[in-house]
Design a protein around this ligand. Structure first.
Ligand SMILES: [Ca+2]
Ligand SMILES: [Ca+2]
Ligand SMILES: [Ca+2]
Length: 229
């Protein structure tokens, strides 16, 4: 098999065996001051997601019982986001919020689950475990904004040990400026490289200026060849 064929075969094989990842992931988690709490969801799939079967659940303070269930409502376009937030949060959050609640949400030591039809699609924290004040170390679930790095997998096991640094980058408390933007790697949009610099330092030359001497040379050769002996 040639290299091209083997590369193609590998590409086909990886497509056929690719696991079915959830279409929605938690792309941002805001655990800020006061009621500045928000969860941003990103549709990583190629078709719109109807949120009818999707819900958020919060397990408070190490409890094994669901403390809060939020039935999500709306539709998320491919590559689009959905922002869920507390109704008393900062106006900058509310300006981009698609759905809100007045219920107490989370304050760092509460597990947050995203479910689709009752099946966990993504999660933050470890259900049934009280971590103290937060999970993590420098990247932690309290007094920070966490943004998912591009290409990291959802965490569909809410029962194992948890470290937010595995998939999230942290930003200062009350950072709201990337809510509603689903780009990964901390929400930084790739920089537009712009057009290359076309200047070469020389004035432009007309094509006719270049062609004319060539034509003249051909004419001279023809005249020289035609010269009678
Ligand atoms: Ca708590
Ligand atoms: Ca987990
Ligand atoms: Ca974001």
């Amino acid at each position: 098999m040639t290299i091209k064929q083997s590369v193609l075969a590998a590409a086909i094989a990886s497509t056929l065996t690719a696991p079915a990842f959830a279409e929605l992931v938690i792309s941002e988690y805001v655990e800020g001051s006061s009621n500045n709490k928000a969860i941003e969801l990103l549709n990583t799939g190629t078709s719109a997601v109807d949120l009818t079967a999707w819900e958020l659940q919060v397990f408070y303070n190490g409890s094994n019982a669901t403390g809060l269930t939020i039935n999500l409502d709306g539709t998320v376009a491919p590559d689009g986001t959905f922002v869920f937030a507390h109704s008393q949060s900062d106006p900058a959050i509310l300006a981009v919020a698609d759905q809100t609640t007045g219920a107490g949400l989370f304050n760092g030591d509460d597990a947050v689950l995203l479910l689709n039809g009752g099946v966990v699609a993504d999660s933050i924290g470890q259900v049934g475990v009280d971590p103290g004040s937060y999970w993590g170390d420098t990247v932690r679930t309290q007094n920070q904004t966490l943004r998912r790095r591009d290409g990291t997998n959802a965490d569909n096991n809410p029962d194992d040990a948890y470290d937010p640094a595995v998939v999230f980058d942290s930003f200062a408390v009350d950072s709201f400026d990337d809510l509603g933007n689903g780009a990964g790697d901390g929400g930084e949009e790739p920089t537009d490289p712009g057009l290359p610099d076309m200047a070469c330092g020389n004035p432009a030359s007309l094509i006719s200026d270049i062609q004319a001497p060539v034509m003249s040379a051909r004419l001279l050769v023809k005249i020289w060849l035609w010269k009678p002996s």
